[in-house]
Ligand binder design. Structure first.
Ligand SMILES: [Zn+2]
Ligand SMILES: [Zn+2]
Length: 265
């Protein structure tokens, strides 16, 4: 049994995928469950906003859930862009709407989107990476009511040298603090295969980090492709499963009504 629980649709500002096309592709790919995790990034410091109409979102998922109920299990999740000052708004959102699953993700560094090359201009790449991890740590201290930490080393996708000079060891002091908080709050870590798709040579995060989470007592791993187009659903999941086994995990988890469901690797 395999499912993809980090998936975007047109409810995300950066995707045009119709939900039904995503569901059809998931069925065709042989996935047994699928969780939409469209973006909400409150206070995003650019003109574009990452937010959606929750009522419309849940209504469409409910309809598709019914239509495809014999073929796939559909779940309604959200990917929350963490920033300290919006922690309370996210807590309220998660109380107000019946999400199955919430991913907490860090999409900014120094108030800027690393997707834009100017975020790195005139700066040492490793300083930007370090700052990203430090901000993530501060954000998790302020807000840890999500279920799984998304793409922990996402920043590496966008650095000028990407993962060429990147190693967990250079940031182990900060990253270990992040992992200890995950274990303390009983939060999952995500293996996000978009890193492989984007040719970093590893998923996000790097397997060294997944292994370290396991060493520190973490057992909960969620698996997602971060697909913004249907073709990327379930990308490199066989590779990801092998990596997880080699890191000492026996199961992945998905979340239903915010409760973990274990799936044997
Ligand atoms: Zn993300
Ligand atoms: Zn995403």
């Amino acid at each position: 049994m395999t499912g993809d629980i980090h998936v975007h649709s047109r409810y995300s500002t950066d995707s045009e995928a119709e939900m039904e096309d995503v569901v059809k592709k998931a069925v065709e790919t042989g996935l047994s469950y699928l969780c939409f995790t469209d973006h909400i990034d409150y206070d995003f410091p650019y003109e574009e906003t990452f937010d959606f109409d929750e009522a419309e979102y849940f209504a469409e998922i409910r309809e598709l859930k019914e239509k495809y109920k014999d073929r796939i299990k559909l779940l309604a999740g959200v990917e929350l862009g963490m920033q300290e000052q919006v922690a309370k708004r996210y807590r309220d959102l998660l109380k107000e709407w019946p999400f199955d699953f919430a991913i907490g993700s860090q999409h900014l560094v120094g108030g800027k989107d690393p997707f834009y090359p100017e975020t790195f201009e005139g700066q040492n790449e490793s300083d930007v990476y370090r700052r990203y991890f430090e901000e993530m740590l501060a954000n998790i201290k302020a807000f840890h009511e999500f279920d799984s930490l998304g793409h922990l080393d996402y920043i590496v996708r966008y650095g000028p040298r990407k993962s060429k000079n990147y190693s967990y060891r250079n940031y182990a002091d900060v990253i270990d603090e992040i992992l200890k908080l995950l274990v303390r709050y009983n939060l999952a870590i995500e293996i996000n295969t978009a890193g492989i798709r984007k040719q970093l040579g590893h998923p996000n995060p790097h397997p060294d980090i997944l292994r370290r989470y396991r060493e520190l007592g973490g057992t909960l791993v969620t698996m997602g492709s971060d697909a913004h187009k249907p073709f990327a659903l379930g990308f490199a999941f066989d590779t990801a499963k092998d990596l997880l086994k080699s890191c000492g995990f026996t199961h992945t988890v998905y979340f239903e009504k915010r409760n973990p469901v274990f799936v044997k690797l």
